[in-house]
Design a protein around this ligand. Structure first.
Ligand code: FES
Ligand code: FES
Length: 158
């Protein structure tokens, strides 16, 4: 039997009815149209589906939508400010930190959760925060450098 769900996604409130077994990633992509959140392994082992839930990076394929009831979700669509890319997005572009891009939204959301807590992470701290984020086509070094660059841009913006 469907249950009522309220989510605030990228600052907008949504009310819908979902089956109890529905995953957060299914609601985001299939019900609300936030296709930037990717669904890949579907088993919690690639991190492509990472979003920020009440300030923490989470794998949206590993959370029931109803577990997120009443909470705030940030997806990659909520990063940019209108036509202006978020510094994390710009740093990923400028550092060649993606190729096919399939893992990139999850990588950027994990980077945002990290940089919101730590504005000057070491290389090792970035590696720890990004542990489990699989990328089959870009060097992990470039991703790490992009996050260091994003951190610098964000510090300069303060
Ligand atoms: S799709 Fe969620 S961890 Fe891989
Ligand atoms: S950019 Fe292709 S999987 Fe990461």
């Amino acid at each position: 039997m469907k249950k009522e769900l309220n989510l605030v996604v990228n600052g907008e409130s949504y009310n819908l009815w979902v089956e109890p077994g529905t995953l957060l990633v299914q609601v985001l992509r299939d019900e609300l149209g936030f296709k930037g959140t990717k669904r890949s392994c579907d088993s919690g082992s690639c991190c492509a589906c990472t979003v920020i839930l009440d300030g923490k990076a989470v794998k949206s394929c590993s959370i029931l939508a109803l577990q997120a009831n009443g909470k705030k979700v940030l997806t990659v669509e909520g990063l940019a400010d209108g036509a202006n890319l978020h510094p994390i997005q710009q740093a990923f572009i400028d550092n060649w930190a993606f190729q096919c891009g399939f893992c990139t939204s999850g990588q950027m959301m994990a980077a945002k959760a990290l940089l919101d807590e730590n504005d000057n992470p070491t290389r090792e701290e970035i590696q720890r925060a990004m542990d489990g984020h699989l990328c089959r086509c870009t060097g992990y070094n470039m991703i790490n450098e992009a996050i260091q660059d994003a951190a610098k841009r964000l510090r300069e913006r303060k």
